[in-house]
Design a protein around this ligand. Structure first.
Ligand code: PLP
Length: 397
């Protein structure tokens, strides 16, 4: 079979591949300590579920306007203003079928062959492939573990060319949990303004921050509107991954272009999910700090547990629900090596230790592993035991 060049330029999401491999083993009855999925293990809060049931009972089950119903777009703008200090109106807001769809739409309308998009690494797996799908080129800029994986304007400046159209800022980040501090975000915005580049802030994990880090949006920076695009999602903040509801906030002209694309592809996000999201945006937020408190406990346990294993170095992430340990001390061909690279190590951990996690190579960071701690403390303990055993047994072998 022959497919288009654009589909041949991309690969299946590596995180989806890990989830599929783990599921296969689970189906055979194998007990997997599953650190693979990037989704909350909490249920969707009850008032959100009830709003969806009500929408069904009231027959709100028909097409809606392509960008979403007006009360939802209005509520997203109000929520974002209240929670993150922006000032958008509904004409500057479109709802999409998840944040990934928002990103796909925005990148599709803004870049094409010959353009470059700056993608800080370690990066979320979908950014480079969505960029490649449009024909544009990802320009990768490294962030550093010893700097908490913050995106630094001085590093970004080095990869800007006349072809650069967009900078992606994912903070808190998947896969590292890294947070880029507000003062650095201001520097990034200045840089984007100077070079006439869009700054796309992916805020999927905005409300999962630890310690001194607080939810922050680049849209709260003064005079930012004409240069900033905000990507938001119900998935993580409200434990709604399966509902598929995300949104884009940006200047009205750009929103209209994404609505045009959406009108010829998915049309509106599911009507029922829109009413659930409306309840999320207007209802109580107490589930969010409750989840955050639980994630904070798990983060503490997993960071300490990993650092106690010889050959693993794990920094303390500022946000999200991932840790990104460096395992390079146990890779290669030396006497202590467990595997030749982190992809082989991830495969061995699944096969031999029944621990599912994702190789750092998938995120442009060889030598690392991504571990999602969106799982119970008991499963974290079990997973840590298995990783420790695998590391010690292999060392002795
Ligand atoms: N952005 C980042 C950084 C993510 O990690 C994810 C999901 O894992 C998304 C966007 C997309 O989430 P969704 O499409 O479920 O809204």
């Amino acid at each position: 079979m022959h497919f288009t060049d654009r589909i041949n330029r991309i690969q299946i999401s590596p995180t989806a591949a890990v989830i599929a491999a783990a599921e296969q083993l689970k189906a055979k009855g194998v007990d997997i300590a599953d650190f693979g999925p990037g989704e909350p293990d909490f249920p969707t809060p009850d008032h959100i579920k009830q709003a969806a049931i009500k929408a069904i009972n009231e027959n709100k089950t028909k097409y809606t306007p392509t960008p979403g119903v007006m009360p939802l777009r209005d509520a997203i703008c109000s929520w974002h203003k209240r929670e993150l200090g922006s000032s958008y109106e509904p004409k500057e807001c479109v709802t999409n079928v998840g944040g990934k769809h928002s990103i796909f739409n925005v990148i599709s309308v803004l870049v094409q062959s010959g353009d470059e998009v700056i993608v800080p690494a370690p990066y979320w797996v979908s950014y480079p492939d969505i960029v490649k799908y449009t024909g544009a080129t990802p320009a990768v800029v490294e962030t550093r573990a010893e700097d908490g994986f913050a995106v630094r304007a001085a590093d970004v400046a080095k990869v800007i060319t006349p072809r650069t159209k967009l900078l992606i800022l994912d903070s808190p980040s998947n896969p590292t949990g890294g947070v880029t501090p507000p003062e650095e975000c201001a520097k990034l915005l200045d840089l984007c303004k100077k070079h006439n580049i869009w700054l796309m802030g992916d805020e999927c994990y905005s409300h999962f921050t630890y310690g001194d880090n607080k939810p922050f949006s680049v849209a709260s920076l003064p005079d930012s509107k004409n240069h900033v695009i905000i990507i938001g999602s119900m998935s993580k903040t409200f434990a709604m991954t399966g509902w598929r509801l995300g949104y884009t906030l940006a200047p009205a002209e750009l929103i209209s272009a994404t609505v045009k694309l959406q009108s010829q592809s998915t049309s509106n996000p599911t009507s029922i999910a829109q009413y659930a999201a409306l309840a999320a945006m207007t209802g109580p937020m107490d589930s969010v700090p409750a989840m955050l408190a639980e994630y904070a406990k798990r983060r503490r346990r997993i960071v300490d547990g990993l650092n106690a294993i010889p050959g693993i170095t794990c920094g303390e992430p500022g946000g999200a629900f991932y840790v990104f340990p460096n395992v390079s001390a146990r890779l290669g061909t030396g006497p202590d090596a467990l595997a030749k690279d982190c992809s082989e190590l991830a495969a061995l951990l699944l096969e031999k230790a029944h621990v599912a996690l994702v190789s750092g190579a998938a995120f442009g960071a060889p030598g690392y592993l991504r571990i999602s701690y969106a799982t119970s403390i008991e499963r974290i303990e079990e997973g840590l035991r298995r990783i420790a055993k695998f590391f010690s047994r292999a060392a002795a072998a």
